[in-house]
Design a protein around this ligand. Structure first.
Ligand SMILES: [Cu+2]
Length: 71
């Protein structure tokens, strides 16, 4: 089953941040799509929940210093 979640990442400040988040999350097995934007600092991720969990996605974002604002 595909799950979608949109969350705010306060550390997004430029196009490089967006590129890094899209690349890093995109490399995580089970992640289907990633969209991020600078203007509102929102990230939308779709993932296959038989392959990866939200906790894994959040952990990766924390590791690369783009922690989601809230759960
Ligand atoms: Cu940046």
């Amino acid at each position: 089953m595909i799950t979608e979640r949109t969350f705010r990442v306060p550390n997004i400040s430029c196009a490089h941040c967006v590129h890094t988040i899209e690349r890093e999350l995109g490399e995580l097995p089970g992640v289907v799509s990633v969209r991020a934007n600078v203007a509102d600092k929102l990230v939308t991720v779709e993932w296959n929940d038989t392959l990866v969990r939200w906790e894994d996605i959040r952990a990766l974002l924390q590791e690369i210093n783009y922690s989601p604002e809230a759960d």
